[in-house]
Design a protein around this ligand. Sequence first.
Ligand SMILES: C[S@@+](CC[C@H](N)C(=O)[O-])C[C@H]1O[C@@H](n2cnc3c(N)ncnc32)[C@H](O)[C@@H]1O
Length: 377
Amino acid sequence: MIDAKPTDFIQTEIEIAKYAKALAHPARIAILNLLKSRNACICGDIVDELPLAQSTVSQHLKELKSVGLIKGDIEGTKVCYCIDDQKWERVQALWNDFFKQFNSGKMKTDVQLKEIVKQKYSEIALQEKEVNQSSCCGAGGCSTEVYNIMTDDYTDLLGYNPDADLGLGCGLPTQYAKIQKGNTVIDLGSGAGNDCFIAREEVGETGKVIGIDFTTAMVEKARINAKKLGFTNVQFIQGDIEEMPVESNIADVVVSNCVLNLVPNKEGVIKEIYRVLKPGGHFSISDVVLIGELPENLQKDAEMYAGCVAGAIQKEEYLGFISNNGFTNVSVQKEKSIIIPDDILGKYLDNAELEAFKNGNTGIFSVTVYAEKPVIL
Ligand SMILES: C[S@@+](CC[C@H](N)C(=O)[O-])C[C@H]1O[C@@H](n2cnc3c(N)ncnc32)[C@H](O)[C@@H]1O
């Protein structure tokens, strides 16, 4: 059974509940209706219009203002209240999405999504590599799958270990990571250790590599690989990268390959990266992003989610999370379009939807993003 904490819910669920709570009184609905009907700010005379005492009205106004549903600006000796139209657009979009998903019966919490991801990658870790590559979704049952569509060729990279390469990446983050001898490198969602062993080659004997992954079978596989290679400075820790089980300011470099798209709270991970990097440290992350909206069926399907596509967000939003959380010199080092074969798209879209998708402006891209944590904070 999944035991969810309130903070484990999807951001939109938390937001919807926040606004619903703020609206949960008929007096507040009456106040909102009054403000909207005037179509202008009301300074002071709200109490004259409602069958309520001044102190009660003030209390309700305070509640509505605290979540941003109304604005309250001081003008002389009065506070003037108005509807915050921008906020209401957001509330309306949230409710529209909520009902769309609710009616389809496909709404999933962050915890459920993470469980699906863990289960999928556990199956992959426990499969023979050949089975994984020849079967759809590892355990899914067709001939080609999203897991392998975006993989780059690692075989020429120094430190490459075939046992650690499960074909799960969507770029070569170490290529742009400027790793130096003696560095401490953290790899987020390290899988069987593919990028960790490349990073180990670069940090040498004096450096350190830490891989973090929340799938038990992946961590075990990675540890077996490290042991076979005799590395004592490559460590694999089981944990959720939304709350990294490592101290602050310890890493010179953070890398990650095709993982953040699977994480419900991507901004949370960006904040965590900032926390664990030393001042002056940097990251290089390969990931899947979107330009334009994915068709609804693709977006919602959990298996597609585990295969990196449905959990991807808009490129601009992704880059915004990075620059809005203290990072500088944010740059996209590499970008390539990902073509999903028709047999995969056909599992999620009917013919008309498939045609519309292919002829539309929506694109799925693999990007490798670089950014720095400033030296002086
Ligand atoms: C697409 S695979 C990539 C693995 C590896 N980076 C590679 O390129 O071979 C995604 C990995 O991220 C891990 N993962 C997904 N979400 C995670 C989270 N919130 N915390 C830690 N690991 C996560 C999965 O268990 C899986 O091993």
